[in-house]
Design a protein around this ligand. Structure first.
Ligand code: HEM
Ligand code: HEM
Length: 210
């Protein structure tokens, strides 16, 4: 699936691909993620960090008249992330990532592909579970009062309970995968020194390339 659209741009796994008929070595930009990919990556990463801070600190019981509580921010920002992830995935289908460094084994490429696919899946599934939870709970106050469905539960409280659990556990799964993802990125940078991190960093990637 996602992993198959690839970390390794080459059809045969040799990592010596051609991009639209141009040998990879001839085009430097093909070795880094482009600006749109970086913008998606860092915007979503930052917003997700904010979501965890809100999720772990907010008073989830608060149902005030105000539409500006931390929970309201959490719900609205969460939906924005969900939309961004969908746009990012659609965009990625037409813009495959650059090939991974040559030294990476087939196993490492598979692990990277799987981790990235899992990150995409979780960053969509977590807000989706959150949305279902608040719709069934009758606590949805989205876009700062624009869609106020508080007190109008869609159905059974049990469904809300179930999706509350799912929302929480998928959140922990994301934390786990992110620990691996960030460790891998830093490991490549500090131990392997293969320049992989620069592929995803803004301006620096123009001067230090993988
Ligand atoms: C919520 C936080 C984050 C999420 C959801 C996330 C997600 C992702 C995803 C889905 C990709 C694959 C992009 C693609 O090929 O389409 C990726 C790539 C990457 N991420 Fe993150 N990321 C996060 C945080 C970070 C952080 C903090 C770092 C740095 C320490 C980082 C470094 C990288 C690098 C270097 C790549 C490119 C790997 C390569 O060259 O193939 N990410 N990230
Ligand atoms: C990427 C998006 C999201 C992330 C990372 C996220 C993360 C979290 C986390 C970590 C918690 C605390 C869970 C706990 O320990 O009990 C939480 C709670 C909560 N989240 Fe989210 N969330 C996201 C999107 C959403 C969305 C879109 C909604 C609703 C539209 C939502 C509604 C809630 C509610 C109501 C709680 C309170 C606790 C509960 O009743 O389960 N979240 N979220």
């Amino acid at each position: 699936m996602l992993s198959s659209i690839g970390q390794d741009g080459s059809p045969d796994g040799t990592n010596q691909p051609e991009v639209r008929g141009t040998p990879m070595a001839e085009t430097h930009d093909a070795l880094t993620y482009n600006r749109v990919a970086k913008a998606f990556h860092w915007t979503i990463a930052l917003l997700i960090a904010v979501m965890f801070v809100l999720g772990w600190t907010m008073d989830s019981e608060s149902r005030t008249e105000s539409h500006l509580t931390a929970v309201d921010f959490h719900m609205t920002l969460g939906l924005v992330i969900m939309v961004l992830v969908v746009l990012r995935l659609i965009w990625r289908l037409g813009n495959p990532p650059p090939p991974l460094p040559d030294h990476m084994s087939r196993m490492e490429r598979r692990a990277a592909g799987l981790a990235h696919a899992t990150l995409y899946a979780l960053t969509f599934a977590i807000p989706a579970a959150g949305l279902i939870m608040v719709l069934y709970e009758g606590s949805a106050d989205l876009f700062f009062g624009l869609i106020d469905l508080r007190g109008k539960p869609l159905g059974s409280e049990d469904v809300a309970e179930l999706f509350s659990e799912i929302h929480m556990w998928l959140g922990w799964a994301l934390v786990l995968v992110l620990v691996g993802h960030i460790s891998a990125a830093l490991g490549h940078h500090f131990f392997l020194k293969d320049g992989l991190l620069y592929r995803m960093l803004p301006a620096l990637s123009r001067t230090r390339r993988a």
